[in-house]
Design a protein around this ligand. Sequence first.
Ligand code: SF4
Ligand code: SF4
Length: 372
Amino acid sequence: MTRVTETLRDLLQTLLRMVPWPTEPGLRVIGNPGRESPVVITCNYDLTVRRLTRALRGIDAWLVVAPSRGINVWCAAAGGLLTTSQVVTALKTCGIEGRVQQRRAIAPQLAATGVVASEVARRCGWKIRFGPVYAEDLPRYLRGSSRKDESMRRVRFGWDERAQMAAAWGFPTSVVLGLAFAIAQPAWAIAIVAQTWAMSLACFFVYDRMGRGRWPLMWAAATACSLGAVAAGDGGGAALATAAGSTTLIMAVLTYDFAGGTPIEGGSHFEARQWHITLDPGRCEGVYSCWEVCPEACFAKHEETRKVEIAHASRCVKCGACVVQCPQDALFFTDQDGRRIEPDVIRRYKLNLLGHRFETGETGDSGETTAN
Ligand code: SF4
Ligand code: SF4
């Protein structure tokens, strides 16, 4: 694939990020790996596999692509499409077992909400370590004896990710609205497309920084801008009413699942928004799995007591990764009434597109399965 083709494919998959882009699961060879080379696992979202392959250029490694129905790691793991079962199946069927001596593999950190490392070890003997959040940090991680500093563990959601998410929401929304207006009111179609892109950029670059009352604030600002633009262009009453209506509609679409579309907020308007991460220090035995997988670096290690502390609870995005991975069930959520939500519930019930949990048939620690 030429560089131009690759860039165009990146662009298309970024603009249509909401659509699954599956690539063939199985074993890929990076460089010239041998029996001691690292084994890296990822999902079968085409953009992720190609980015990871690019990041690993110059390194000899085995890449195991597990089936996730063409969905990216974070969404697939949270949604029950990249789980213990997919990883066990991929490791057992892709042919890697005959090619390496060790039984250690590196999974993406953001898979920790769905892939239970202790269950993978119990079911197939492979020891899973969760690597960095970002593929670009993987070479540094591999060269640094598989140690992660905070910059590798923490989700950044920097300018590039914000731009990608703005494009991923702005593109389909502007196409749908642009086409609708092109048919119904062609003179307004370009203005609607421009309005959608402007609001999408504003939403993903500043919305999360606006604090409480941000929805009415941004809606008021966007409405004022669009009404001002219509008035400056001598639009009539119908154009003003349409501008106000389209502003509300676009705001609703862009912010409905802002938490689900970004890795920096928890629960959105769903029930998990009210949950609190809770630690039972008496059960904690200092395995530090929670510390390794938390995308917000909420935990502090206390090496002298071999325990952790939830040092930054306010950062918690309720992803559940720490709860899923803790072998002692020392971590759990409590709801707004102080009721404990059992860790096994978080392991077994994943999120659908509306943010509600459904049973996946995955196992907790018992190893029993339920029907899918
Ligand atoms: S809370 Fe659980 S995962 Fe975290 S250090 Fe303690 S035992 Fe380990
Ligand atoms: S502390 Fe919160 S953000 Fe961190 S892993 Fe646990 S649930 Fe996720």
